[in-house]
Ligand binder design. Structure first.
Ligand code: DGI
Ligand code: FE
Ligand code: FE
Ligand code: FE
Length: 188
């Protein structure tokens, strides 16, 4: 698959080996979750591969992109953790020529989640969280829940990310809070 080989090369060029290898593992986990949930395997592969494509860009590069695309000015109050998905999708669009909105949204939402997440976006959000070399407390429970019920996995990650951020007095990005309210606080 020539398309994939070129993409792998483009991603590798942007990332240190450690993060590049994480992207390969997220790709494989995303493909597995896609198989389990009837999601397009090629989209899962592409989105998994590129999800952290922009993570090693400078703050200046992200700020330039936020301005170039006239994105929400509140983004300027945040940093790499929030930018590399939401703003990173614009680098992926502009530099890799990926224009599938489902793939781009999966990248946009992979860190914070979103109120509305397509099955592909859920797959990438969870693959990033449970790829085989993740080893935080609760990761085995996260894997078990996610393979049983993808949406329950999304709720699990969202809750635990909120707890993790609160524990270290980190600011909660508004989309993260909205994701919590939708996916954890009130299921109706
Ligand atoms: O890029 P990865 O490390 O593979 O994983 P990721 O994109 O899911 O990033 C996880 C990091 O993002 C983790 O350190 C927590 C942080 N994060 C997620 N939501 C928020 C956040 N940080 C802040 N300050 N606020 C958030 O709402
Ligand atoms: Fe990431
Ligand atoms: Fe993540
Ligand atoms: Fe990642």
């Amino acid at each position: 698959n020539g398309t994939r080989d070129e993409l792998v090369e483009a991603v590798h060029q942007q990332l240190r080996d450690k993060r590049f290898n994480h992207c390969l593992r997220v790709e494989q986990t995303a493909i597995q979750l896609a198989e389990e949930n009837g999601v397009d395997l090629e989209k899962a592969s592409i989105a998994g591969l590129v999800h952290d494509y922009a993570k090693e860009r400078s703050d200046e590069a992200f700020i330039g992109m936020i301005k170039k695309h006239q994105m929400d000015p509140d983004l300027l109050n945040w940093g790499n953790a929030v930018w590399h998905g939401i703003v990173g999708a614009e680098f992926i669009h502009d530099e890799l020529g990926i224009d599938d909105e489902d793939i781009l949204n999966a990248v946009r939402y992979h860190t914070t989640g979103a109120v509305e997440m397509s099955p592909l976006a859920q797959v990438v959000y969870m693959a990033d969280y449970i790829e085989p070399e993740r080893n935080f407390d609760g990761v085995d429970e996260a894997r078990q829940i996610t393979h049983k019920d993808l949406r329950a996995g999304v709720a699990f990650q969202t809750k635990h990310t909120m707890l993790y951020l609160a524990e270290k007095n980190a600011p909660i990005y508004p989309a993260t809070l909205l994701t919590f309210n939708r996916w954890v606080a009130q299921k109706q």
